[in-house]
Write a protein that binds this ligand. Sequence first.
Ligand code: BGC
Length: 517
Amino acid sequence: MAGGAIVSTGPIKNYNGGMTAFVLITCVVAATGGLIFGYDLGISGGVTSMNEFLMRFFPSVYKKMNSATTKESQYCKFDSQTLTSFTSSLYLAGLIASFVASVVTRIFGRKVSMVTGGAVFLLGAIINGAAMNIAMLIIGRVLLGVGVGFGNQSVPVYLSEMAPAKLRGALNMGFQLAITIGILVANLVNYGTAQMKSNGWRWSLALAAVPAILMTVGSILLADTPNSLMERGHMEKAKAMLQKVRGVSDVDEEFQDLLDASQKSKMVEHPWRNIMQSRYRPQLVMAILIPFFQQLTGINAIMFYAPVLFKTLGFGDSASLMSAVITGLVNVVATLVSIFTVDKYGRRFLFLEGGIQMIICQIIVGVVLGLKFGNTGQGSLSKGYADLVLVLICFYVAAFAWSWGPLGWLVPSEIFPLEIRSAGQAINVSVNMFFTFIIAQIFLALLCHLKYGLFLFFAAWEIIMTVFIYFFMPETKNIPIEEMNRMWKQHWFWGKYIPDDAVADHGIQLSAGKGMA
Ligand code: BGC
């Protein structure tokens, strides 16, 4: 996911060459990498709300849903561990695969990882589209997850290495934009296939093959990055590639910097031990808490289960899927807002504004549902209240999409200095995947037990994370990486963890070991 991107925020040098056709194609591949991830996030909720799908694979959920005499409260209609494992198995597989992928990406190159990701994902889409039983569904989802794990690990790294320095930040957020477009496309596909007489769900699942083919073929055609060629000892090829990527023959300055960076990173013997040192405490805490908080906003409750949620609230089948399309659209547009404002207003402003907006929306939704449904969860909302809930959920999604959505990936990627970057990114990506899995797995049970209180539960977490940002997250806008230590040092809380020499020597502390003179 976007989080894999390694974005250098050091002073941006004006290397020779700029945007070339080559880099443009890179953007397209990046987009397909984001699309496959987004497509998954957006497709499962609609599919699990389709009657034919439920009748076939989850008949007990279907029965519970349609039983007129059911004692089940509205909130518990969809609560089924197998139904949630259909959604969540993907993220667990992705979590494990991203560790394997990080080794493959380093040893065999970014391209091999991307081709593997696209191909495994394609296989998953085919098995899902042809599914005859739950086992095929889950195996398909696991393969999709492996594909996503490989893609999320390699595509952003590929992107940031191919992009000219001044475009790296934009590309990082562009990847998040591609994720939101993937979610929206999936919502639209669900809306369309639900109108089909039969097998609509099959088409929804099988169409994941389209972005998978684009990604597989796209990455077969692409070359590997200069950095990766260098890492694997092909110096001549690395230089030729850099010339090709930048479209000029004089790339000496950038090549030398790449070489220095590559040598430095080879000297980092113990990135995991490094990141445990007290001087890296702020980065370590952020690498864990930012992805954790991002998932605790509850966003994926909406992304995965919006159609189910809207059905629970008494919307009809088609209105539920349409509502998911609306939230999907809001998600894309608000991400664009973020891209255009993040360097102007800064990260803190967006984090705080987005946080407050999410808190207000969730509290009102919780109170409305509490008053109208109460604890029994019987009945349905009147049209007016149902529309109010939809509008509030749109405001909530917009707030997430210009704050924690893209920033949850951008901020961690810009605060890790070289010597802890690989470890920091690995923690960030895996914490994110892990909590995506947890939310996917427990959301329907939480809805059943906490009822309207679920919205208040997420609101409480949003209050905690907004207070956390206010007190503990300094502004990182426009701060070059070597100045970051000064920023932490001056911070009222983190300052005590940063030794004075970390500021004096610009924080480049490599673990003692071979190669250090
Ligand atoms: C999050 C995903 C989420 C998506 C929604 C991403 O930043 O990591 O979990 O589904 O945003 O747009």
